[in-house]
Design a binder for this molecule. Structure first.
Ligand SMILES: *Cc1c(COP(=O)(O)O)cnc(C)c1O
Length: 370
């Protein structure tokens, strides 16, 4: 009866670049060089330039990028690292893997990003690093966060969801000493599999990140740190070099679709819309609304062939693996409220505006009870 609307689709994106991407893949195939080669170097230069950071190190995925960025900034056992309570689990896992102690800060109820007010109250003389996450494509208030960090606290941004986003005209991922990102296929810039990168302004951090991703080797077979094997391979690098050229265009499409939602969903039921401050250029990795009737709305949309998602149903502090940290339910109420009320609507480059309008109309019907 209705056209099915998926939550996300790569079909349109990949049709646009089919010839270019297949040619890039064929070139790597014919070169018979698959790891740590020219495609990686080319991508690293291009991504550093796009991100307005001097150095880029391509790695295997976003989780490893965060871990390697933190290690390369000197974060280790017993350091205190501040993370947002409201984020994807990977942010926390990367900090845990360094052996550092996680100090969560609750979310700002308007943006879902780390609350800078609460951050001011949480920072102590023992704070070694802050890991702000630019969630949903929306930049954190980096003016305040850099002020709070001062010269002493290291800032490592998690920019996995915000390729191309800007805070006061400056690219997210370019504020701190380092940032980490993911090229998981569904991110704004996605590979054809796993991928990630570390960006840094600091030459020492660059050298360490290159060592950490490759067994800790400084030169061939000479290890100077305990590294991992996590490298962005030539096939993924080649495809990402192609896709990179379309990032701005695809982000603009995301913003145009978001505008359709924002206009059509004003004053509907108790729906709370994304509310980016004026300094933020939001790239809508996700379009997240909030409503107390989230579960019923989600079921209603599913019955009308509209697929949605929840980011994220279980906050990290309530996950089984963090049980030993003994966080109570209620410890981070804003983060928990997002878990209960947030709903991500369908949005992808190539989605038609009529499809977004239909989703909004169906939501309006739900609240009108018709
Ligand atoms: C996707 C994501 C990651 C992890 O990236 P992977 O490549 O899947 O390991 C980390 N942090 C955030 C905020 C993410 O959205």
């Amino acid at each position: 009866m209705f056209e099915r609307i998926p939550f996300y689709s790569l079909t349109a994106q990949h049709e646009t670049i089919r010839q270019e991407a297949l040619a890039a893949i064929a070139q790597v195939y014919d070169s018979n060089w698959f790891v740590l080669g020219k495609e990686l170097e080319g991508f690293e230069s291009a991504f550093a330039a796009l991100s307005k950071m001097p150095y880029c190190v391509g790695v295997g995925n976003g989780l490893d990028a965060l871990f390697i960025a933190l290690k390369s900034c000197g974060i280790g056992p017993n350091d205190e690292v501040i993370v947002p309570a409201h984020t994807f689990l990977a942010t926390w896992l990367a900090v845990s893997r360094t052996g550092a102690r996680i100090v969560p800060v609750d979310a700002d109820p308007l943006t879902g990003n780390i609350s800078v007010q609460k951050l001011w109250h949480t920072v102590t003389a023992n704070t070694k690093a802050i890991v702000p996450v630019h969630l949903y494509g929306q930049p954190c208030n980096m003016t305040e966060i850099m002020k709070i960090a001062g010269d002493r606290i290291v800032v490592v941004e998690d920019n996995a969801q915000s390729h191309g986003a800007l805070w006061e005209g400056k690219t997210t991922g370019s504020f701190g000493r380092a940032s980490a990102t993911s090229f998981y296929p569904a991110k704004n810039l996605g590979a054809l599999g796993d991928g990630g990168a570390v960006l840094t302004r600091d030459h020492e951090t660059l050298l360490l990140a290159r060592q950490y991703r490759n067994y800790g080797f400084e030169t061939k077979n000479v290890a100077v740190v305990t590294g991992v094997n996590s490298r962005l391979d030539e096939l993924q690098s080649a495809v990402l070099r192609v896709k990179l050229k379309y990032l701005d265009q695809w982000n603009q499409e995301r913003r145009d679709l978001a505008t359709v939602y924002l206009n059509a969903l004003r004053n509907i039921g108790d729906v709370q819309l994304p509310d980016a401050p004026p300094q933020a250029f939001h790239t809508y990795h996700l379009f997240v609304i909030r409503t107390a009737r989230r579960n019923d709305l989600r079921a209603y949309l599913a019955a009308h062939q509209i697929e949605t998602a929840v980011h994220y149903p279980v906050p990290p502090h309530l996950q089984q693996n963090y049980i030993e940290m003994s966080f109570e339910k209620g410890a981070f109420p804003v983060s928990e409220a997002f878990a209960e009320t947030a709903l991500s609507l369908p949005l992808w480059p190539g989605m038609r505006k009529e499809q977004a309008a239909f989703v909004a109309e169906t939501i309006a019907h739900f609240f009108r009870g018709s």
